[in-house]
Design a protein around this ligand. Sequence first.
Ligand code: TRP
Length: 336
Amino acid sequence: MGKQRILSGIQTTGALHLGNYLGAIRNWVELQKEYDNFLFMADLHAITVPHDPAKLAENTFKVAATYIACGIDPERSTIFVQSHISAHSELAWLLNCITPLNWLERMIQFKEKSIKQGENVSIGLLDYPVLQAADILLYEPDQVPVGEDQKQHLELTRDIATRLNFQYGAEESPILKIPEPLIRAEGARVMSLTDGSRKMSKSDPSEMSRIELLDPPEVIQKKIKRCKTDPIRGLTFDDPERPECNNLLGLYTLLSNQSKESVAAACRDMGWGQFKPLLTEAMIETLRPIQQQYQTLLAEPGHLESVLRQGREQAEVIANQTLAKVKTALGFSIPL
Ligand code: TRP
């Protein structure tokens, strides 16, 4: 049997942060040893909220460089740009026509994001999960590693595929493969530095709420110095009254590659004044090689371009096969 296939992506709105790294990219790096990885930059999703055309392509390129700088190896993973493969948009349209509107109206992420957009909510924002379903289903992955917050989108993807198979396929030979979510361990959920009960997010207006992967050491130091804590001495995990404390200890655990138990024991009697420099140091040291590698990659754009070209060629073959299968099942004539 060949390797199982994994597919995942990140929306290319703005610079990637520590939550993207610890929650997603670092897991992909591990997974590429055992799986056949398909990883992409979701630039079509980036325009579901207002965007700056002058920055779109640049952001996509930077996210690609960040993937590789974090250890995604183009020899072992297929790295590609969503908008380079038109099958994503095309399958999304076909899936739109079999997806009931009320399935989309109840998506939590849509409700949250649309509150922020007020009157300007686009159809694209509502349709975001259908495009995501197309992204996934095109590659027939066995597993889709995503954060807890994407679980609902994964369930929707499975529901859409099941519905298409039921309406247009035969039981013995399903048209689309139903993917399994691979939800990472709770510990890898990185929260905001200014509010420990909210996820670290690119869309938080305050830069102090997140550590970007390209933040220089002095910026990291400043952000940790000012991050939200509490006046209690002795640091503990899992106290519901102390979400910031849990988050910062969790971050330290991941960054220093220690077990939760040993961090808990080491920090039990510490105050913030003692802990913060340790956390700062671990962060700077983790990000240093990533930042160096990133600079090297950006200095050599030709290399990155060829990685993306090759990724596109590999991904397109598979995407087009699945798209043709769906079009045939729906009754379209396929041009010869
Ligand atoms: N929605 C994901 C995010 O917010 C990005 C994404 C788009 C994705 N398409 C996907 C993730 C397909 C996994 C699979 O980061």
